[in-house]
Design a protein around this ligand. Structure first.
Ligand code: FDA
Length: 373
């Protein structure tokens, strides 16, 4: 059983280091053999990205529409009741039940990678629903422990009742943290939209003494994240760094992809040099290449960071990094409340909409694998 490790504390974080040069184009890292593309291109030999049938719809508008749709409950009810979408959903969601997700977790581990399990659900509207979510997390933790699978889960505060009552939410998360502490499990609190950041960080800080084996998420898209990262470095908080999956206003978030990527690179550099254990959650090969190169050049030990990717996305890259000796953790979601999670996956890569439409209109709707990643 492995959990995300806490590194040795570093007493005084030094001031921000200048950004090291980006990785050389397409140069394999001599030590790991992992190719390090400097451009947005896929790795050499990879097939070109499929052209979206919606290529004439501006990508940004489509992304925005999909994210708006992700918040429409009635659409979620329709979609989850439609069997035809299941093939596509199965690409990103490891199962509807605990019985289905456990073999998926076991097979990720058998492939030499690590896992964090997410019980899908968010924005609950009643205390009963929040209580149900807590119950499913406790069951999941127990099942992972019973089967000697990795004890590591990720949860969302809106699923624990944040939108209903902050104290109720704190109590619910505490129940999960306590059980996790009893069985030696790591709990990561996912980050939701910008309006929840203060409450999320405060809830984690308040509950950290209950389970020190816990951490939070920082979104590179948010303008405030540089400050949050400095605070988390000072308090030795384990951070998962991601780009950010929510629709945000320009006054709180960078909306241009290049700005988000630049922010990610800067925050990653700070965390890798001075942070506690850092999880780099991205499928972006340029950023992964940059991390590999920087870790090697600056002597950052491999046990101080890990790569994290989503179930069903870039399996080739996941396996290649794991084979090169890097810790790779896969975020494995399961459950029936998959709609908002699924819609965010569509929004991240609008070409996925093409695959969805194809699967809807073809007899083979059950396959829906949509390419290599
Ligand atoms: P980017 O979007 O630039 O994609 C890079 C490449 O990855 C693409 O070119 C494509 O090949 C592939 N790719 C990415 N998304 C894809 C998709 N949906 N389908 C197919 N291919 C895709 N967000 C958040 O707000 N709060 C959170 O707590 C988390 N937690 C989290 C955990 C983990 C383990 C991961 C990997 C991601 C998150 N995220 C998240 C989501 C994150 O913010 C972001 O939306 C996605 O990771 C997509 O961004 P990338 O960094 O992969 O880059």
């Amino acid at each position: 059983m492995t959990v995300e490790a806490e590194p040795m504390p570093i007493p005084e974080p030094p001031p921000a280091a200048p950004l090291p040069p980006a990785a050389a184009p397409g140069t394999p890292d001599e030590e790991s053999g992992v190719p390090l593309p400097a451009s947005a291109d896929l790795l050499p030999g990879a097939p070109p990205a499929p052209r979206s049938v919606l290529h004439d719809v501006p990508e940004r508008a489509l992304r925005s529409l999909l994210l708006t749709m992700s918040r429409q409950r009635w659409l979620g009810r329709v979609a989850t009741g439609t069997p035809i979408t299941r093939g596509m959903v199965a690409r990103f969601v490891a199962g509807q039940s605990l019985d289905e997700v456990l073999p998926a977790v076991a097979s990720v581990i058998a492939a030499g990678m690590h896992t964090t399990v997410d019980v899908l659900g968010e924005s609950v509207t009643s205390a009963e629903d929040a209580d149900g979510a807590v119950g499913r997390y406790l069951q999941t933790l127990d099942a992972l422990a019973e089967r000697y699978l990795e004890r590591n889960v990720s949860l969302k505060l809106s699923q624990m009742g944040l939108g209903l009552d902050r104290e109720l939410c704190r109590e619910n998360v505490e129940r999960v943290f306590r059980r996790a502490a009893e069985i030696g499990a790591f709990v990561r609190i996912d980050m939701e939209d910008a309006s929840t950041v203060d409450a999320t960080l405060a809830t984690w800080r308040g509950l950290r003494p209950v389970n020190a084996s816990s951490g939070v998420v920082i979104q590179a898209a948010l303008r405030r994240s540089a400050r949050d990262v400095e605070d988390l470095i000072a308090e030795r908080g384990p951070v998962r760094l991601c780009k950010g999956a929510y629709k945000e206003a320009p006054d709180v978030a960078f909306t241009d992809r290049a700005d988000i990527d630049q922010s990610y690179a800067e925050l990653m550099d700070r965390l890798l040099h001075d942070g506690a254990h850092t999880a780099l959650a991205t499928h972006d090969e340029r950023l992964i290449g940059r991390a590999v190169k920087m870790a090697k050049a600056d002597g950052i030990a491999r046990d101080r960071f890990e790569f994290q990717m989503l179930y069903g996305i870039r399996r080739d890259l996941q396996e290649r990094l794991a084979a090169a000796g890097y810790t790779v953790r896969i975020y494995v979601p399961y459950g029936t409340s998959w709609y908002p999670y699924f819609m965010r996956r569509l929004a991240e890569r609008p070409a996925n909409v093409t695959f969805l439409l194809r699967s809807l209109f073809s007899e083979g709707a059950g396959s829906g694998s949509g390419g290599k990643d």
